[in-house]
Design a protein around this ligand. Structure first.
Ligand code: AP5
Ligand code: ZN
Length: 216
């Protein structure tokens, strides 16, 4: 399976991607998680990216395209089982570069699934989110609480809040989404591989709709 998950901050991209991994064995490529790992390692890229992320802006297309390219060309699971792209592409130039790359590999994208949620619902999702930094697993204080408070169910390690998960940064992230990312929806509609899903429903319903739109 080779697909893209599109949606605003808090739409459920990172929540649904593991379901797709379990079902199809495809690789979950989250550019947000990749950037946060650079931040944690304190690389030059990480230091520069943290400023941009905390302000809700977008890291440059060139950096992001190179990041994805190196994964897509070297990752064994991507090559054999496919991939779920989460958070990429985020601009028209990124979408075009991705198509070029995949066409060159004779592995074109099969589906672009848009998780649609109104902005009003996203504040509560974002401000209540808890994450397990090393795996990227996310929980929610109210909507999906961990079994033990502030603790990852699987590893028992502590959960944290993302530094960009506050109301102020969210406003800017939503702005970036509407201005720069939403145009890729039309891009994929024109290619005939788009499907839109009501992602304001509960996670199980959203998952059911994803499976349906993939034709299973
Ligand atoms: P990224 O990490 O991609 O952040 P984002 O796009 O803002 O998306 P989120 O991770 O906030 O949302 P999600 O859809 O994954 O939500 P989740 O499933 O966790 O990017 C971060 C930053 O990195 C960007 O702002 C940018 O600066 C930079 N960046 C990354 N990629 C880039 C690129 N390609 N180009 C340039 N810059 C880039 O769910 C959220 C919460 O809601 C959770 O608590 C969850 O439990 C809960 N929840 C999920 N689904 C439901 C539901 N159906 N009902 C109730 N609660 C739910
Ligand atoms: Zn995410």
């Amino acid at each position: 399976l080779r697909m893209v998950l599109i949606g605003p901050p808090g739409a459920g991209k990172g929540t649904q991607a593991p379901n797709l991994v379990d079902k199809f064995g495809a690789y979950h490529l989250s550019t947000g998680d990749m950037l946060r790992s650079q931040v944690k390692q304190g690389t030059d890229l990480g230091v520069a990216a943290k400023k941009i992320m905390d302000q809700g802006g977008l890291v440059s297309d060139e950096i992001m395209v190179n990041m994805i390219k190196s994964e897509l060309t070297t990752n064994e699971t991507c090559a054999t089982k496919g991939f779920i792209l989460d958070g990429f592409p985020r601009t028209i130039p990124q979408a075009e570069k991705l198509d070029e790359m995949l066409e060159g590999m004779k592995k074109p994208l099969q589906k672009a699934v848009e998780l649609k949620v109104d902005d009003e619902l996203l504040v509560a999702r974002i401000t209540g989110r808890l994450v397990h930094p090393s795996s990227g697993r996310s929980y929610h204080k109210l909507f999906n609480p961990p079994k033990k408070e502030m603790t990852d169910d699987i590893t028992g390690e502590p959960l944290v809040q993302r530094s960009d998960d506050n109301a102020e940064a969210l406003k800017k992230r939503l702005n970036s989404y509407h201005q720069q990312t939403e145009p890729i929806v039309d891009y994929y509609k024109k290619k005939g591989i788009w499907a839109g899903i009501d992602a304001a429903q509960n996670p199980a319903k959203v998952w059911g709709d994803i499976i349906k739109c993939l034709g299973f």
